[in-house]
Write a protein that binds this ligand. Structure first.
Ligand code: PMP
Length: 391
């Protein structure tokens, strides 16, 4: 069919530059090892930090929910699609995050979009870290609020932006808790101090910190001892929690407001019973099996040390997200392809997900990996890295 030649020419350019990527379908469940093109390889690309996607308790909860409540909900939450289990999950999340209330959205992406687009008007200003996630950027784009972007984790720049913003009705500072491509943690204590000095609201996207940092994985706010001082915590149910969805944990006022004004919440059908039941079980697992988080961090230290000893540049990550810096876009994909050929699935990440010249292979170990698997992965990184002269 004619009509998309202009899109095809852009794709052709990407193929010439070596940045065109095909989807990589898994032929197995998610886990420490996965099957790709009939071959078992070590998985280092998922956000399945604790291995909960395949945890027997989550599988069982999902199956039982399908048996009892069926496959879908047939409506948006505000019409006929709220099940008691949706509210049970929200109560559990609020308790877990030490907040008054919580509200679940269809995904982490739509949570950021829904929250930002609802609470900001033309009378307000939003002040955002330059490396915030795409869903925050898109959420801001949906508002008429004034916007300021401060240099990544630069507190002097943030303070300047706050000083210049005193005439607005509301100032909202928004930051990732853990930055998804570099794995560094936001300087939340400093951000909160500045917010209190300049009377601003703080919103933290803890997609990569929930289940990873803080007591039982409560996230960066708890990790820094800032419970009660951060207005809005966003989390995902799709990464360490292992299922699907996003949520906002905050005050009763904000949650009630979002039920009436949060467009993705209002206009998109609620989560199926299997998803919700598995998420409820996952929170119980976080509370009852803290050894999973200990194992995640133990594996993280082992793998980071191994990569460093081999001479790789692994950036400045403080978390299980470990970028193996390559620089060149095409080389990052070549590296990833070679790793896959030798038995490791670790995706290349290039522009526009990260800045030009900052391409990398991004790795995330999980609690499920054994030390032998991680050592095998390190051996493969060494072999591929030497062949491509990255080390
Ligand atoms: N925020 C951050 C920082 C993320 O990394 C992601 C996932 N890519 C999201 C939000 C979106 O979460 P979800 O995949 O649940 O939509």
């Amino acid at each position: 069919m004619k009509g998309f030649e202009y899109l095809q020419s852009e794709l052709d350019d990407m193929k010439k530059e070596g940045t065109f990527r095909s989807l990589v379908p898994l032929e197995s469940d998610q886990g420490a090892k996965v099957v790709i093109k009939g071959k078992e390889v070590i998985q280092l690309s998922s956000n399945n930090y604790l291995g909960l996607t395949s945890h027997p308790r989550l599988r069982k909860a999902a199956l039982e929910a399908v048996e009892t409540y069926g496959a879908g909900t047939g409506s948006v939450r505000t019409i006929a699609g709220t099940l008691t289990m949706h509210q049970e999950l929200e109560e559990k999340l609020a308790t877990f995050k030490h907040t008054e209330s919580a509200l679940v959205f269809q995904s982490g992406f739509t949570t950021n979009q829904g929250v930002l687009s609802s609470i900001l008007t033309k009378d307000d200003v939003v002040i955002s870290d330059s490396l915030n996630h795409a869903s925050i950027i898109d959420g801001i784009r949906l508002t008429k609020a004034a916007r300021k972007v401060y240099k990544h984790i630069d507190m002097t720049d943030l303070e300047t932006a706050l000083k210049e913003s005193m005439d607005f009705r509301v100032r909202v500072i928004v930051t990732d808790g853990v930055f998804s491509m570099d794995g560094n943690v936001a300087p939340l204590p400093e951000i909160v101090n500045l917010a209190e000095k300049y009377d601003a609201i703080v919103m933290v996207d803890d997609a990569h910190a929930s289940g990873v940092l803080g007591e039982n994985g409560r996230g960066t706010v708890n990790h820094f001892g800032l419970d009660g001082r951060v207005h809005i915590q966003v989390g995902t149910l799709s990464k360490a929690v292992g299922v699907l969805g996003g949520y906002v944990a905050s005050t009763k006022t904000l949650v009630e407001y979002l039920i009436h004004k949060g467009r993705p919440f209002l206009f998109s059908t609620s989560h199926p019973p299997a998803v919700t039941a598995a998420c409820i079980e996952a929170i119980d697992v976080l509370l009852e099996e803290p050894e999973l988080i200990e194992k995640l961090w133990d594996n993280t230290r082992f793998f980071k040390d191994g990569l460093k000893k081999l001479g790789f540049d692994i950036g400045k990550s403080d978390t299980p997200i470990t970028p193996v810096m390559v620089g060149d876009e095409a080389l990052s994909h070549e590296f990833s392809d070679k790793l896959l050929e030798y038995g490791v699935f670790a995706q290349g990440i290039a522009f526009p997900t990260v800045a030009k010249g900052q391409a990398r292979v991004r790795t995330i170990v999980t609690a499920e990996h054994t030390k032998q698997e991680l050592q095998e992965a390190l051996n493969i990184f060494e072999k591929a890295g030497k062949e491509l002269e990255i080390i």
